[in-house]
Design a protein around this ligand. Structure first.
Ligand SMILES: C[S@@+](CC[C@H](N)C(=O)[O-])C[C@H]1O[C@@H](n2cnc3c(N)ncnc32)[C@H](O)[C@@H]1O
Length: 574
């Protein structure tokens, strides 16, 4: 895009001039009262508030403007702060995480600051032995999680009342400086905004006593087994009645903070309705928390479930998935084979493992560069794709004398890329990274239970990864009888879909056993630069073309592929 066009894109829209022709109702000094705050923004030059004026409005009925000055009316400001604090507390109480959900797509809000504040308030409450005790956080999460697993809503005696403040009702507006309390009619210095409705700014008033006590006691006690219901009473905004508007289309449910998002959108769209807490993405959040805890325990980055996945779409088998970021769970007898005696490991005593020809660990390696010199599989932490088919990458192990982050330890390091599971709309759920990925970046290993392929139920079939699943061809595969089954135990890689034009490759790597036992890990590595948010895919059947019967154009047992890539061959095979 031409530089000129880019500049054009980012140009502020002009601030409309206030005519004040319809301004009336001020006092003798030409001053108007501020009757409420409906939003605020942190700016370098001080906090600017979005205020609602009394006795003044524009011809279109709107009566809100930006006002950077301090209020004389401390009461108005305090009310706003109280409402925000109550909102933070409610979100904190309903969230299992310490990082409290806060909608980050509202136009005039300061989500980062609120999240930080909410975190500190929650921490303080916990330290003070508040309603949720910190005695056994893990047990508490398990209890809360178990509650989320319970059957859908029935009627409940406990009710949380939520109503929307009438004052907070919004109207269409453009931000320009309004009437001054001192009668100054300045032209605007506020950023020009064009927002159809201010509905999303409406403070939601939670009934604090009943609401909070119900939620916290439910989280803290397994004896309160039925989900709490929420009765929402929404008073239609006067301005939206006046204008006959439908409320704002701002989508709070997007992004990670959908707890409030779901609430807010229901508040906007319903007058009287009873909701269960399970309507509010609690199941998704609960699973996400559990997975994250497991990921964090393994030192890995976040794994997130996108808010485009509704609670109703989360099937029971997924709720039973035990997230294991690294390693295998073994079926009977296999662990003994996997765990070899320390004596049989080859070890090195180099410090950084930069020169493969000097590193004992590479003695048995078959990885050479074009000058026939032995090399590592990695260069500066990235996979170099110089590993011939059928060769397992041997990384340094726990008995080596080298640094824990030497150049020959990559797949064994914790994942440092945040991952999101999302609904691909074509192939079920899929996985994507939340940051740009460089070619050669190792993103994780396929985890699960090492099973005997012979005895697995049908529903497990789509989550099996055969240990000949590397790009190995025509090589005897001694480990082929066993597979990794991620149906019950697994990590984000179990959601990786097939593509005929994949952006990852799989290679096998060992570091806590030896190659002879034929139980390598399957490492997923970016085979190209991958922009953030792109679905991560592999080729499920890299040598499938060889099996294609020319007449039938697809191998036996293949099913239709929906990868959507230009070079889609039309089928995929598990
Ligand atoms: C390991 S799972 C991948 C995650 C899966 N999409 C989910 O929602 O759990 C493999 C299954 O995903 C689906 N899948 C993966 N890639 C696909 C593709 N290219 N076309 C159609 N379905 C695909 C198939 O149902 C396959 O059995």
């Amino acid at each position: 895009m031409a530089e000129q066009e880019q500049q054009q894109m980012w140009k502020r829209s002009p601030t409309p001039e206030e005519t004040w022709s319809d301004a009336s109702g001020g006092n003798d000094s030409g001053e108007w009262p501020v009757i409420g705050v409906v939003g605020e923004e942190l700016r370098l030059d001080g906090t600017s508030r979005y205020v609602r004026w009394g006795n003044w409005h524009r011809a279109d009925g709107s009566n809100t403007t930006w006002d950077a000055e301090d209020f004389d009316g401390q009461g108005v400001l305090n009310r706003w702060k109280r409402v925000q604090k109550r909102l933070r507390n409610t979100l904190a109480d309903t969230s299992l995480d310490m990082e409290v959900p806060w909608p980050d797509d509202a136009v005039h809000k300061r989500p980062t600051q609120h999240r930080k504040q909410a975190y500190e308030e929650k921490l303080e409450k916990r330290r003070a032995g508040g309603p949720i005790s910190t005695a056994d956080w893990d047990a508490e999460v398990d209890v809360a999680y178990a509650r989320l697993q319970e059957p859908e809503i029935g009627e409940s005696n406990s009710r949380l009342r939520v109503r929307r403040s009438v004052n907070g009702a919004g109207s269409s507006m453009s931000a320009a400086a309004g009437p001054s309390r001192r009668g100054r009619m300045s032209s605007s210095s506020s950023p020009a905004l064009s927002v159809a409705s201010r509905d999303q700014l409406s403070p939601i008033i939670f009934s604090p006593r009943r609401g909070r006590s119900q939620l916290t006691s439910a989280a803290a006690s397994s004896s309160r087994s039925r989900p709490t219901t929420v009765t929402l009473r929404s008073t239609p905004s006067t301005s939206s009645l006046r204008k006959g508007n439908t409320p704002s289309s701002t989508d709070f449910s997007r992004g990670p903070w959908s707890t409030l998002g779901t609430l807010a959108s229901v508040v906007r769209s319903q007058d009287h309705r009873t909701l269960s807490l399970s309507d509010m993405s609690y199941r998704r959040m609960g699973i996400q928390t559990t997975w994250n805890r497991a990921a964090r325990d393994a030192g890995a980055a976040t794994v997130r479930i996108s808010s485009d996945i509704a609670d109703a779409d989360i099937l029971p088998d997924l709720r039973q998935l035990k997230y294991i970021e690294r390693g295998y769970v073994f079926c009977t007898g296999l662990q003994e084979i996997f765990e070899v005696s320390p004596d049989v490991f080859t070890t090195c005593d180099c410090s950084t493992c930069i020169d493969a020809s000097q590193c004992n660990c590479q003695d048995s390696s078959e990885i050479y560069d074009e000058d026939d010199t032995k090399v590592f599989a990695y260069f500066r932490g990235l996979f170099t794709f110089n590993v011939p088919r059928g060769v397992e990458v041997i990384e340094c192990n726990e008995y080596c004398g080298c640094h824990p982050k030497c150049g020959n330890r990559v797949a064994q390091l914790p994942r440092d890329v945040a991952i999101e599971i999302f609904d691909t709309k074509r192939c079920g759920w899929g996985a994507r990274a939340l940051v740009d990925i460089r070619k050669g970046k190792v993103l994780g290993t396929y985890t699960g239970r090492r099973e005997d392929v012979e005895h697995l139920p049908e529903e497990h079939q789509r989550y099996l990864f055969d240990l000949d699943g590397t790009e190995v061809k025509d090589v005897e595969n001694l480990g082929g009888r066993y597979t990794v089954d991620s149906y019950e135990f697994g990590n984000w890689t179990r959601f990786v879909n097939h593509s005929c034009s994949p952006n990852m490759r799989v290679y096998s790597v060992v570091y806590d056993t030896i190659t002879d036992v034929n139980m390598p890990y399957m490492a997923f590595v970016a085979s190209k630069n991958i922009p953030a948010g792109t679905e991560l895919t592999i080729n499920y059947h890299p040598h499938g073309e060889d099996e294609v019967d020319e007449k039938r154009k697809k191998p036996a047992g293949a099913s239709a592929c929906s990868c959507g890539s230009k070079s889609c061959r039309g089928w995929m095979k598990l």
